[in-house]
Design a protein around this ligand. Structure first.
Ligand SMILES: Cc1cc2nc3c(=O)[nH]c(=O)nc-3n(C[C@H](O)[C@H](O)[C@H](O)COP(=O)(O)OP(=O)(O)OC[C@H]3O[C@@H](n4cnc5c(N)ncnc54)[C@H](O)[C@@H]3O)c2cc1C
Length: 354
């Protein structure tokens, strides 16, 4: 890895799946810097709060990118079904699903390890702001309490749901915001499926439970402005009441999760600034699956920049299919989140496991 300089062609803020994918595929002719506030070595500080399930779309994209998931990244068990608990209609169904259960921090670090050594990576570095100066951008960063600036031709916001790059460079409408809480509990119980809970008393989105080695991870996404902690306690109580033996809590985490309900809540390019992954608003509004969008948009942006440093047209063309995909996911929402329609779907038994 190169030491940090003060002039780059491309600066990427965020080394999550989106940022790592761009950095991996950008042409070697560009001088690239990746900045992330997280530490170089595994610790719980700034770890991504995530369910860590790789859905089929993410698996397919990993295959397109020429990747298979290493064993060191996997969590026990691998899951082939979802148990859907509908508390509003008092229904339970099992559906076949193909997920890869991963340790999210290890997954991110593995993707980052694939980035070429010609790319400079600066950990423990916080992006603060940027200004335009002639045909370049001056980016303000903070590392070890020292504030400094660097110059770049292109700035990429791969900084996730609470994107500061988006806030500083775009005035477009933001996606709807939910507060997600996740708690980890010690458990010895078997749980060979993933649980999704639909319950309007808790949220108009959904809640989940996933076994992760010898832990049970429970999560929920509460509507912004509602009492997220209180709703979580209600969820815990309801899971206990149906027989889940929730052990001692060992970790609690929380963050914002986006729900993009309209195309105008997506943002991609503005002058010399581009957005990818959740910073762009790319996340499924029906399931909160975001890793596939991060991988896809990262790859599309790298390809567009490799073809032409004036990448705007190329990138906007390739993300058209992602926009269509977000529209289709929104069309699915009534069948999942409207009590009456969900009741019909679940009662019919269509696609459910006996
Ligand atoms: C609770 C929860 C559960 C989820 N479960 C799943 C799931 O099971 N499967 C799935 O596919 N998706 C899931 N998602 C969505 C998924 O986590 C995101 O959509 C995905 O991580 C987006 O990737 P990204 O690279 O765009 O951003 P991120 O993964 O969020 O990465 C952003 C990076 O930018 C860094 N950063 C942020 N701000 C700054 C700054 N100012 N300066 C420097 N660095 C900065 C962060 O440290 C981070 O490394 C979940 C989301 C949540 C909140």
């Amino acid at each position: 890895m190169e030491p940090m300089n003060n002039e780059y062609d491309i600066v990427i803020i965020g080394a999550g799946p989106a940022g790592s994918t761009i950095a991996r595929f950008l042409d070697k002719k560009y001088k690239v810097l990746v900045v992330d506030r997280k530490s170089e070595f595994e610790n719980q500080k700034n770890e991504k709060c995530c369910g860590g399930l790789l859905a089929p779309d993410a698996q397919k994209m990993l295959a397109v990118l020429g990747l298979g998931v290493p064993k060191s990244v996997l969590e026990d068990p691998q899951i082939f079904s979802v148990k859907t608990i509908d508390n509003n209609n008092q229904l339970i169904r099992y559906y076949q699903r193909y997920y890869i259960n991963v340790n999210r921090d290890k997954f991110d670090r593995w993707l980052l390890s694939l980035v070429g050594s010609e790319v400079t990576i600066s950990f423990d570095t916080l992006y603060k702001s940027h200004i335009e100066e002639n045909d370049s951008l001056i980016v303000k960063l903070v590392k070890e309490k020292n504030e400094f600036t660097i110059k770049t031709r292109i700035l990429i916001g791969a900084d996730g749901a609470i994107s500061k790059v988006r806030k500083n460079a775009f005035s477009s409408e933001n996606p709807d915001m939910y507060i997600s809480l996740q708690k980890w509990y010690k458990t010895t119980a078997d749980m060979p499926y993933y649980i999704s809970v639909f319950d309007k008393e808790i949220t108009d989105f959904y809640s989940w439970a996933i076994k992760k080695d010898n832990c049970l991870l429970i999560g929920s996404a509460a509507e912004n402005g509602k009492d997220a902690n209180g709703k979580f306690t209600l969820l815990e109580g309801k899971l206990r009441a149906i027989g889940y033996d929730i052990g001692d809590e060992i970790k609690k985490e929380g963050t914002i999760i986006l729900r993009t309900r309209k195309v105008k809540q997506l943002a991609f390019v503005n002058h010399h600034v581009a957005l990818v992954g959740e910073a762009a608003g790319l996340i499924s509004p029906s399931s909160a699956e975001g890793i596939s969008y991060a991988l896809k948009s990262g790859y599309y942006l790298a390809k567009a920049i490799n073809e032409d440093i004036n990448f705007k047209k190329g990138y906007l063309k390739s993300v058209r299919k992602l926009k269509v995909n977000i529209i289709l996911k929104n069309m699915k929402i009534p069948f999942m989140y409207n009590n009456f329609l969900r009741k019909i779907v679940m009662k019919s038994g269509i696609l459910s496991l006996k």
